[in-house]
Write a protein that binds this ligand. Structure first.
Ligand code: GLY
Ligand code: MN
Ligand code: MN
Length: 513
C-alpha cells in the first residue's frame, strides 16, 4: 500500500514536522514544477455515454415521496456516510448508510461523503444529491489525492452521470453549506438530520442550526430516523426481487460451504475455511456479506453471535452457519442452517433439530394465516407460536421446573434460558431492518403483504449447562428462513435450502458426490 503524501521534505521531529504529515514517510512523489506539468498532460479524455436510469430509481423516488408526506415543509438531510479510518491513512471498506441507499437507490456505487437533501418545495420536496464529482485529468486531484484522485481510487462519476443514473438533481458538495443555510431558522425551515452517518455533515448541520437559532433538535432527528425506518416496513416488487437475488446467492454460498467441509475438517481453524468459502461467494456474486458470518461448530453454536470462527470443524459435530449475501443494491439475505459436518445427524442432534424445526413450522403456520380471509396476524404472534413449541419440547425433556403452560406465562419464561433471542426481525437493506420503527408499527403491527422478515427459532444447549440432559449438552441448533408476506399467506424465500434432517442429509450427500 502506498501513500500520496509528499516526501521530498527532509523534516525531522527536531525541525517540527507536524505529526499529521508523517504519512510522507511512505511516499516518494516528487513536487517539482516540471513533474506537475508533465503528469497533468497527455491523457486521452474518455467519452462515455450517460448511464441508464438505475432499476432502483422508481423505488427510491417512491421512498422520497413517502418521507416527504411524513415531514412536509422541512429540510431533511441524509448523509451517505464518510470513510472510517481503520488505521493511519487506511480506511475500512465503504458501505452507504441504509436510509440514504433507500432514498437514492445508488447502492454499492455510492461515493463516500455524498449527501441527499430533501429541500421543501411547494407541497412536497425536491431531492438534491450532493457529491464530489470527478476532477479532470489535468488537475492535481487526479494524481495527487489518494482519497478522490482517479490514479488512486479509479474513475469516479460526474454530476451528470449520477443524475442520469438516479433521476435526482445533483450538485457539487461544496454548495451544501449555503443550500442548508438558505432559509433555516426559527419559524422558517426546520432542518432534520440522519445522525451518526457522517461526522463532518453532522458538524455542518449543527453549525447551520446554531446560527439559525435551532437548538433543541435531538428529538427531531430521532423522529426522522424513526420515520425512515417505518417507510421500509413494506417492500415493493423490485425490492422483493433484490432480496430474492440475495437469497439465491446465499444458497450458492451454503453449497460452497458444504463442499468446503472436507478441507475444513482437516484444518486447525476449520471455521475460518467455512467463513472464507462463504465470503468468496458473497464477493463474487454480490457486494459482500450483509453481516459478519457466524460459522460455529459444535459448542460454539451456543454462542449466539460467534464470529471469531477460529475453531475446529470436527466430524460428528454440527456446524451452524448464519450468513447472508448483500447484493449490489445493498439488500441482504439472512439465512441459517445447522448441518452435520460428516453429513449425518446423530440421534440427539436430530432430536434437538426436530424440535427447532417444529417451532419454525409452527411460526410459519401462524404467519400463513394472513392469507385466510379476514385473519389478522400480528408480528409478535409469530414468536409466540414458536415459543409454544419450544416450551413443550423442553418440558418433555424434563428441563423446565414447571409445565409448559406455566413457563409460557409472562412471569415464568423458563424456556427462554435456551433461546434468549427473538424469533423474527424485518429484513431488507439492513439485516435487522426497520429497527428504529415504533413498537406499534413493528412488534404490535399486523402482517401485511410486502413485509419480509426472518423466522429463526433456535435451541442452545451449552456444554457447561447442568440443566441440560447429558446427551444433549454441546448441541446448538438454529434454523433461519427469510419470509415474504403475500396476498395468499407467506412464501419462504429461502426454501431452496433444505430444512428437514433427511433433506439436509440427501442434499449434502449430493453436493459431496
Ligand atoms: N445473523 C443475525 C441474525 O440472524 O439476526
Ligand atoms: Mn436473523
Ligand atoms: Mn441470521
Amino acid at each position: 500500500m502506498t501513500s500520496s503524501s509528499d516526501a521530498t521534505r527532509s523534516a525531522t521531529p527536531a525541525d517540527g514536522q507536524p505529526v499529521e504529515d508523517r504519512g510522507s514517510n511512505r511516499s516518494q512523489r516528487p513536487s517539482s514544477a516540471a513533474f506537475r506539468a508533465f503528469i497533468a498532460d497527455g491523457w486521452e479524455e474518455t467519452e462515455a455515454p450517460l448511464p441508464d436510469r438505475l432499476p432502483s430509481a422508481d423505488t427510491a423516488a417512491a421512498a422520497r415521496a413517502a418521507i416527504s408526506l411524513e415531514l412536509p415543509g422541512e429540510r431533511l438531510v441524509l448523509p451517505g456516510g464518510d470513510l472510517r479510518v481503520r488505521s493511519n491513512d487506511t480506511d475500512h471498506p465503504f458501505r452507504a448508510h441504509s436510509a440514504f441507499a433507500h432514498l437514492t437507490g445508488w447502492g454499492a456505487a455510492t461515493e463516500p461523503d455524498s449527501v441527499l437533501v430533501l429541500h421543501p418545495e411547494g407541497d412536497g420536496h425536491e431531492g438534491v444529491l450532493y457529491l464530489r464529482p470527478r476532477a479532470g485529468k489535468d488537475t492535481e486531484e487526479f494524481y495527487a489525492d489518494s482519497r478522490y484522485g482517479e490514479l488512486w481510487v479509479g474513475v469516479r462519476p460526474s454530476l451528470e452521470e449520477v443524475a442520469a443514473a438516479t433521476g435526482l438533481r445533483t450538485a457539487h458538495i461544496d454548495t451544501l453549506r449555503d443550500d442548508l443555510a438558505k432559509d433555516a431558522g426559527v419559524g422558517q425551515v426546520q432542518v432534520r438530520l440522519v445522525t451518526g452517518a457522517d461526522r463532518a455533515v453532522t458538524a455542518l448541520v449543527d453549525e447551520v442550526r446554531a446560527q439559525a437559532g435551532l437548538t433543541s433538535t435531538a428529538g427531531a432527528d430521532a423522529e426522522l430516523t424513526e420515520r425512515l425506518s417505518e417507510i421500509r416496513l413494506v417492500k415493493d416488487e423490485w425490492e422483493v426481487g433484490e432480496i430474492r437475488s440475495a437469497v439465491a446467492a446465499t444458497a450458492r454460498g451454503f453449497e460452497d460451504v458444504v463442499r468446503s467441509f472436507p478441507r475444513a475438517s482437516g484444518h486447525e481453524r476449520g471455521e475460518r475455511v467455512v467463513e472464507g468459502a462463504f465470503a468468496a461467494r458473497a464477493r463474487e456474486d454480490g457486494n459482500g456479506m450483509g453481516y459478519e458470518t457466524i460459522a460455529a461448530a459444535g459448542n460454539h453454536a451456543n454462542t449466539l453471535h460467534w464470529i471469531h470462527n477460529d475453531g475446529e470443524v470436527r466430524p460428528g459435530d454440527l456446524l451452524l452457519l448464519d450468513a447472508g449475501v448483500e447484493v449490489d443494491s445493498l439488500y441482504t439475505a439472512d439465512v441459517t442452517r445447522t448441518l452435520p459436518v460428516d453429513g449425518v445427524f446423530t440421534e440427539p442432534q436430530r432430536r434437538v433439530y426436530q424440535a427447532v424445526l417444529d417451532a419454525a413450522d409452527a411460526a410459519f403456520a401462524v404467519a400463513a394465516r394472513v392469507g385466510e380471509g379476514g385473519a389478522r396476524v400480528r408480528f409478535r404472534d409469530v414468536h409466540t407460536a414458536a415459543m409454544e413449541v419450544v416450551a413443550a419440547r423442553l418440558a418433555e425433556w424434563g428441563m423446565l421446573p414447571v409445565d409448559a403452560a406455566m413457563s409460557l406465562e409472562p412471569d415464568g419464561q423458563y424456556h427462554r434460558r435456551w433461546m434468549v433471542h427473538g424469533t423474527s426481525h424485518h429484513l431488507g437493506l439492513d439485516v435487522h431492518d426497520c429497527a428504529q420503527a415504533r413498537r406499534e408499527m413493528y412488534l404490535d403491527a399486523e402482517l401485511v403483504p410486502g413485509m419480509v422478515f426472518t423466522i429463526e427459532p433456535g435451541l442452545y444447549l451449552r456444554a457447561d449447562d447442568l440443566k441440560v440432559p447429558t446427551e444433549l449438552r454441546g448441541i446448538g441448533v438454529r434454523i433461519e428462513d427469510d419470509v415474504l408476506v403475500t396476498e395468499d399467506g407467506v412464501e419462504n424465500l429461502s426454501a431452496a435450502l433444505p430444512r428437514t434432517p433427511s433433506a439436509i442429509e440427501a442434499w449434502m450427500a449430493d453436493l459431496r458426490g
